[in-house]
Design a protein around this ligand. Structure first.
Ligand code: COI
Length: 355
């Protein structure tokens, strides 16, 4: 598949937001990338056009039956001023491998990577410079066919928007989060959509997150849907636990997203000679480890926040304090990953591509 990307430049560039006040996902750049798909024709009409509202038929399948998924990647400006994409092809590959679960087509990863790289080149001046900032890349795939019968649509739109972002939770330093252990609601069940970056997974997570916030927590810890006993994800992130000298993360399956940051941390940890184990971790094991002092750290990992340390896990009948703030392991992975992204540490794994 070879797609030529047509470029139509905006004649009304937007004012740039202050880098000190970017927040997450509030500002969008001047252009977006669109690709259309039609059954029998495949992907076509790749174009970079001025950012603006989409025209969707009110009967578009995505608005009724939720055929929608997305990705989240980053372009980072190094301390040397060069803009680099972090593992973009892996994000494009994850979109392509997840789309069939929703009966959706996706462009070949290398084709999508090249088109997104073109968009980031057009918007190069939007990539912020300050520490802890990046240009967040949001590819989104939706069913556009106007048809109310329940079956996979025959027409799709893949669009990519860009957002200059600061740190996900605000502030310049890592901020430990308080976590409610959710034992009523479920993010994902076996055989469901949990390992796919489907919009529906995030919709399913909202009510528990809202309730947790109202009770003074930052996010929830998601457990397995059957027994509510095995740890799966934390908020919108993958989960890591430091037990003694061992770094443990829930094993991937059809209820856990194969995070790119998760994979990067596992790779960096093994390169340091740490023991990393991907296995089921139960709440009972965490409880015992906390009592015995073996539980040193808990942290989440994701593209948006990179690393997010957990200071407390609270269940209906127990409050487990974890460490004393930002743990050294979480901090070291944050520093190493962001250092690689900003070009101040060597990119030995070949994760960066200058645009
Ligand atoms: C990430 O951690 O990158 C996420 O998936 C969060 C995003 C949905 C804002």
């Amino acid at each position: 598949m070879n797609l030529e990307v047509r470029i139509e430049r905006s004649s009304t560039p937007k004012p740039r937001p202050a880098e000190s006040d970017l927040g997450f996902g509030r500002n969008f750049t001047d252009h977006m990338l669109l690709l259309d798909y039609a059954e029998g024709r495949g992907w076509h009409d790749a174009r970079i056009v001025p950012y603006g509202p989409l025209a969707l038929d009110p009967a578009a399948a995505v608005l009724h039956y939720g055929q929608a998924m997305f990705e989240g990647a980053k372009a980072i400006r190094g301390d040397d001023g060069v803009v680099r994409l972090f593992r973009l092809e892996r994000h494009c590959a994850r979109l392509a491998s997840g789309a069939p679960r929703l009966c959706m087509p996706a462009p070949e990863p290398a084709v999508l990577r090249d088109a997104i790289t073109e968009l980031v080149r057009v918007e190069e001046s939007w990539v912020p410079r300050a520490r802890n900032t990046a240009l967040y890349i949001r590819p989104t795939l939706v069913a556009t066919e106007a048809f109310l019968g329940v079956r996979p649509a025959t027409q799709y739109l893949l669009y990519v928007i860009l957002s200059p972002v600061g740190s996900y939770y605000g502030g310049d330093t890592l901020k430990p989060v308080r976590i409610w252990v959710e034992t009523e609601q479920t993010r994902a069940a076996h055989g469901g959509l949990g390992s796919v970056k489907a919009g529906a997974n995030y919709a399913a997570s909202l009510q528990a997150a809202v309730r947790a916030k109202a009770a003074g927590f930052d996010q929830v810890l998601w457990l397995d849907g059957a027994q509510h006993e095995t740890l799966e994800e934390v908020g919108t992130m993958n989960l890591f636990v430091v037990l003694g000298d061992e770094l443990v993360t829930p094993v991937l399956g059809d209820t856990v997203l194969a995070g790119v940051t998760r994979d990067s941390i596992i790779t960096l940890a093994r390169a340091r000679g740490l023991t990393v184990t991907e296995r089921p971790v139960s709440l009972a094991e965490i409880g015992d480890a906390q009592r015995s002092g073996l539980l040193k750290e808990v942290f989440g990992s994701g593209t948006a926040a990179v690393v997010s340390p957990v200071s407390e896990l609270v269940t209906r009948d127990r409050r487990m304090v974890v460490g004393d703030g930002v743990g050294p392991v979480a901090q070291s992975f944050y520093d190493e990953l962001t250092g690689i992204q900003r070009g101040t540490r060597p990119d030995v794994h070949g994760w960066l591509t200058a645009i």
